[in-house]
Every structure is written in C-alpha cells, then in structure tokens.
Ligand binder design. Structure first.
Ligand code: HEC
Ligand code: HEC
Length: 420
C-alpha cells in the first residue's frame, strides 16, 4: 500500500460524501498557506450528482475520495491494454475487454471472441473465469459486497487473496472496488498483469502522459499499484445508469406503453410474477437488493451440488448453499449470458425458467414460493402476461449509458487502448 497517498485524508470520518467534500475544502485551504513547504495539490473534488429517487448513501471509501483528475486517470487505465504488463497486440487486455460499454459494462452474448455456450470469458493464460461477467453500473450504491458471492465486502477483515489461485498481496483487505481492480489485473483468469511489470510499463517511455496524470490525481508523479487501483475504482463509481424508459416513467419524464405498465405490475405483485422481493423496483430504482439468494435453479442437496464459489463458501452458513447475488436488472437486455454460470443466453429462456422451470431443493429461498401449490414450479403466467413481463424488462434499457462519451475509450486512436 502506498501510505503517502492517503496522508491528506487522514482523520477523515466515514460518514458520507459531504463530509469528504467539506474536509477536502478545509484541507486545501490549509494546504495553500504560504509557509507550507509541501507542494500544493490541486485535485478537484468530484461532485456526485445523485439521480432523483436514488439512495443518498454512497459507498466511497474514506481513503479514496473521488476527484475529477482521479476519475479521468481511471478512465484511461480502464481502457489501457498495457495493464497486462505487455505490449504485443495479442497480449493486451483491458477491463473493457470483458466489461463493454455497449453491453452496460457486462460481456453480452455477442462478444466477438468470448462467445462460448457457457458464456464465460478467459484470461490471457487461457483460464476461463469461474463465473460470468457482472455489469459495472451503479456499483457505488452497493454496500453488501462485490462479486457473485460477495466475497469482497466492507466488513471483510481477511488479509491476502480470496482466491486460491491468485498471488496473495499481504495486508490487503478484500473490502471494496479497489480490491476487485487489483484482483482483475493479476488474476490468471483475467489480465494476468504483474504489479512490477505493469507499473514499469506505464512509467516508461511507452506513455509520457501518465506521470503528469498521476501527479494531477494524487499529488506526485509516482505510479504505484495502489494508485492504479484507486483511480480505476474512482472511475467505476461514476458509472451511473438512471435513464432507462422505466426510470424516466417513474420520474414522470416518459410514459410506459400499456404492455410495459402491465409487466411492471406483474413484476411488483406477489400473485403476479413476484420478482421485486429480490430485484427491487419497490421504490428502489437500483433493481436489486444487492443480496444473495438460491433462486431454485438446481435440485441441490448437501454434497450433490456443492458449488465451490457460492455464497456459502463465504459465510459457511448452510442457508446460503447455492445462493448468489441477485444482479441488477437495469440493462438486462444486454447483460447476458444470464446467471452466474451463464446457463441462459436469452431473456425468453430466463422468463421460461421462472414461469415453469423452478426446481425444488431444501436450500431454495423461501421467496421462491411459486415452487409450491397453487403454483407449479413457477409463476404459471399466460403467454400475454409473459410478453408483458418481457416488455417491462426491456424498458429497463438505458440507451444513453451505452454510448455516453464520458465513459468511453478516451484514446481510440492509440493502439494500446482497446474497447470491444
Ligand atoms: C477476462 C474477463 C474480465 C476482465 C478482463 C475484467 N473483468 Fe471484471 N469481472 C469479470 C467477471 C467474470 C466478474 C464476476 C466475477 C465473480 O463474481 O466471480 C467480474 C467482476 C467485476 C467487478 C465486480 C462487480 C460486482 O457487481 O460485484 C468489478 C468491480 C470488476 N469486475 C472490475 C474490473 C476491472 C476494473 C477490470 C480491469 C482492471 C476488470 N474487471 C477486468 C471478468 C473480467
Ligand atoms: C428469491 C429471489 C429472487 C426472485 C424472487 C427472483 N429472482 Fe431473478 N435472480 C435472483 C438471483 C439470486 C439471481 C442470480 C442467480 C445465479 O446466478 O445463480 C437472479 C438472476 C436473474 C436474472 C439474470 C440476470 C443476469 O444478469 O444474469 C434475471 C433476468 C432475473 N433474475 C429476472 C427475474 C425475474 C423476471 C423475476 C420474477 C419472475 C425474478 N428474477 C425473481 C433472485 C431472484
């Protein structure tokens, strides 16, 4: 960890973004005194624009407040294939290789390279990722842990690596987006970078711009692994998706079609499709509770379907066997393949599963009550209702996000920068 990075923020409380901003203002004022021998660091605090109706409680760690310069640096790094510590065109891999803006920063079923039936991409060493990719939208509102099983969580005091096959970084807490960034860069399933090699590459002649950008973001031109993770973490927290047709309709800026409105009603009612308990929509525009459930995909008994990376692997609580995060359904049109194992490629398959394909197990979450009479293995909707439910799910697509220039590749002409 680069201890120097944080000195200006020492003593800052964790109690919210406004406190962070106010502290920054105070510290900058103090830092500007004439008799202060330290170089003055002029990073511009980022003012987070919370969309109407979204929660105000943001997950921004106190040792990585967001700044305009940090975010811009993070956006560059997110798209820079040299994160792999290599320069050969075949060995470049970026975050955007798997997290594509046009697919809401998920993989999509139409990836030009990663389109195996199981929907899992693979890293530069050829190892497939254990799970399918997750979308990166609205992560600043997630307080319940990152990854499909929530292994990277604020409450986590575990040191070292959460994965058996990832080189451990001692004294690193797996507690926030910054940890996921580090993991993504070094993981053999992903970019397979190496802290020294990646840092050295970004520091050298291959890019004269980075030292100045690091200086603007962090006060000195020094490039460290910790700063790379922090800058990318800042960029990811700016990715906000709040302009789908449904969100606009909820704000009174657009109208649902009749089918979309009926679908929303089904989504929200227990006797209808009953999706809202786990995927939100009941006053929360995030379309997820961020919690973990076993949604009755498998006939699963102890020892028979033990998944080595389910929620149980993190909590050791029997009730979490076969449970995974309920992902946000915002942009669900584009976030396939679906489920942690990519077993469904189309929304129609997912809807059919919830309609009649539920499988009983002792670990199925009680909210999957449509396993039981008067229902039969699902919600048992008629074809018209199924179309309405699908219309509502499609109204959750935020087309503005998919092309918003502020999230796009900053250097499309640079061969090291890749956007799939
Ligand atoms: C080879 C494909 C691949 C690459 C490259 C990749 N990721 Fe991911 N990413 C994934 C997969 C797969 C997951 C889900 C992992 C899991 O939960 O098991 C994921 C999950 C995440 C999450 C957690 C999302 C959530 O809701 O919990 C974040 C954050 C993330 N990636 C950021 C990044 C960043 C930053 C980079 C670049 C440094 C990156 N990823 C590169 C495949 C990739
Ligand atoms: C008991 C909680 C629960 C209920 C109720 C529920 N889901 Fe889910 N949903 C989940 C979980 C958990 C996952 C991820 C499961 C996994 O990957 O193993 C999921 C995954 C999905 C996915 C795939 C998302 C992706 O990006 O991979 C879609 C689409 C979906 N659900 C739609 C619905 C719809 C529509 C309904 C109502 C008919 C519904 N869900 C009801 C918990 C629930």
């Amino acid at each position: 960890m680069d201890k120097n990075d944080n000195s200006i923020f020492k003593g800052m409380k964790k109690s919210g973004f406004l406190v962070v901003l106010m502290s920054l203002v105070v510290m900058f004022t103090v830092g500007c005194k004439d008799d202060d021998p330290d170089p003055v660091w002029h990073a511009t605090p980022y003012v987070f624009d919370i969309p109407v109706g979204f929660p105000t409680n943001l997950n921004i760690p106190s040792d990585n407040p967001m700044t305009v310069e940090g975010i811009e640096l993070g956006r560059h790094l997110f798209y820079d294939g040299r994160l792999s510590g290599r320069t050969h065109p075949d060995s470049l891999m970026t975050c955007a290789t798997c997290h594509r803006q046009s697919r809401a920063f998920d993989l999509g079923v139409d990836h030009p390279v990663y389109n195996d039936p199981d929907g899992r991409p693979w890293g530069l060493t050829g190892h497939k990722t254990p799970h399918t990719v997750l979308s990166l939208v609205n992560l600043v509102w997630n307080h319940q842990g990152y990854m499909w099983n929530g292994v990277v969580s604020k409450d986590n005091t575990m040191l070292g690596s959460p994965a058996h096959d990832v080189p451990p970084l001692p004294e690193y807490h797996w507690n926030n987006i910054e940890s996921v960034v580090w993991l993504a860069i070094v993981d053999p399933h992903e970019i397979v970078g190496h802290p020294d090699r990646t840092v050295a590459l970004l520091s050298t002649v291959t890019d004269p711009d980075y030292p100045a950008m690091f200086e603007q973001a962090f006060g000195t031109p020094e490039i460290t692994y910790d700063r790379i993770s922090k800058a990318i973490g800042q960029f990811i927290r700016t990715i906000v998706s709040s302009n789908s047709t449904a969100h606009k309709a909820w704000r009174g800026e657009a109208n649902f079609t009749d089918a979309e409105r009926m679908g929303w009603m089904l989504f929200m009612t227990e006797e209808g499709a009953d999706c809202f308990h786990c995927h939100g929509g009941d006053g929360s525009p995030l379309m997820t509770t961020h919690l973990f459930y076993n949604n009755a995909k498998d006939t699963c008994f102890v020892g028979v379907c033990a998944n080595p990376r389910d929620r149980y692997s993190v909590t050791k609580n029997d009730r979490d066997r076969g449970a995974f995060k309920a992902p946000t359904l915002i942009n669900v049109e584009h976030t396939g393949p679906y489920m942690h194992d990519g077993r469904f490629r189309t929304l129609d398959e997912v809807i059919q599963f919830y309609n009649s394909g539920l499988k009983y197990s002792e670990y199925a979450h009680p909210l999957m009550h449509k396993l039981f009479p008067p229902y039969s293995n699902g919600m048992n909707l008629n074809p018209v209702q199924l179309q309405q439910l699908k219309a509502f799910l499609l109204s959750l697509t935020d087309n503005e996000l998919l092309t918003d220039p502020k999230y796009s590749n900053p250097r499309p002409d640079n061969p090291f920068f890749i956007q799939w």
